[in-house]
Design a protein around this ligand. Structure first.
Ligand code: TRP
Length: 336
């Protein structure tokens, strides 16, 4: 039996928020403590080019995401933690895979189709208006990320499942042509990883601008929690925990007993203002130690850079010889 290899990428757009923490960072760090499996976590900075982000924002986001994972205790001796753009074998493999990718497969990508649909809906005469080749070929770069390290399991959100399936299709086609060289991956969709709601009650997401940054300072954290949408029930009136963002966030951080205690307070009719204060104090206490580490790392980016360079060096010990093997198989060979 071969050991499982887990790999997941984080696109370098935006500041990590508590939804990212609960949905991806916390389970990722917990999984990385399993020494019987291998774990790859990387910053997908080339992916952020698909939407032509502001260059300074990409750099800032890279630093914030890396500092967050490190502050929260990712073990970078065991897990591979690197930046995509530090691994030149990834874009090389992307081009090689591009030769094995049916254009029709890319036409079916949900994200591309959604972009076309948006153009059609807004009455644009060109359905491809504003769509870059980087957006169109995004799944091929993602396939290279996955296949480069022979990953077997790819933990992603539901929205990324199709991309992992495409990586599998591309690998299959490659192997059919060139022999059994690539490993077929499968998506792992976390069932127990909660999707947190944001300030306005919709899914917490940077595209909705409703997030609570994970390491917001105390004052800001308090202010944001006070903004979370509630209904208009008065203090003393029993409240329902279903459909309560305050409750969901509390629950995502708390133990079962603590959550039960909150359920009791809801039934007793705790005032929303009181619940907000309680949630703020609770989360703030939990985040405080890691926040101090995060602030230290943000003030000293060279430490973060050194970690990423270390991760890339370790990762390239695997990717460089593997790419040589792949190149040989497809006929890009040394002469003589
Ligand atoms: N596209 C993924 C996202 O937006 C990020 C990503 C890039 C990724 N490469 C990956 C995830 C490889 C898993 C495996 O969430």
């Amino acid at each position: 039996m071969t050991e499982d290899i887990y790999l997941t990428g984080i696109t370098t757009t935006g500041t990590p928020h508590i939804g990212n923490y609960v949905g991806a960072i916390r389970p990722g760090i917990a999984a990385s403590k399993d020494l019987t499996t291998k774990h790859f976590y990387f910053l997908a900075d080339y992916h952020s080019l698909a939407k032509n982000e502001d260059p300074d924002k990409i750099g800032q986001s890279t630093l914030e995401i890396a500092a967050s994972w490190l502050a929260l205790g990712l073990d970078t001796e065991h897990a591979y933690f690197y930046r995509q753009s530090d691994i030149p074998e990834i874009p090389e493999l992307t081009w090689i895979l591009t030769g094995m990718t049916a254009k029709g497969l890319m036409n079916r990508a949900h994200s591309y189709k959604a972009a076309v649909q948006a153009n059609v809906d807004s009455g644009n005469s060109d359905p491809d208006k504003g769509i870059t080749m980087a957006l169109y070929s995004y799944p091929i770069l993602m396939a290279a990320d996955i296949l480069m390290f022979r990953s077997t399991k790819v933990p992603v959100g539901q929205d990324q499942k199709q991309h992992v399936e495409m990586a599998r299709d591309i690998a299959q086609r490659f192997n059919h042509h060139y022999g059994e060289i690539l490993v077929l991956p499968e998506a792992v969709i976390g069932e127990d990883t909660a999707v947190l709601k944001g300030l306005d009650g919709r899914k917490m997401s940077k595209s909705y601008n409703n997030t609570i940054p994970l390491f917001a300072d105390e004052k800001r954290l308090r202010k944001l929690i006070m903004k979370i949408k509630t209904n208009s029930l008065e203090p003393g009136e029993p409240k329902d925990t279903a459909d309560s963002t305050l409750y969901d966030i509390y629950k995502a951080f708390a133990t079962r007993d603590e959550t039960r205690e909150i359920e009791r307070l809801y039934a007793e009719g705790i005032a929303w203002g009181e619940m907000k204060q309680l949630l703020f104090e609770y989360i703030n206490e939990r985040i405080k130690p890691a926040r101090a580490d995060y602030e230290r790392l943000m003030a000293d980016p060279a430490v973060v850079e050194a970690e990423l360079v270390k991760g890339a060096t370790r990762a390239r010990e695997l990717s460089a010889p593997y790419l040589d093997e792949i190149r040989h198989a497809i006929g890009i060979r040394k002469l003589g």
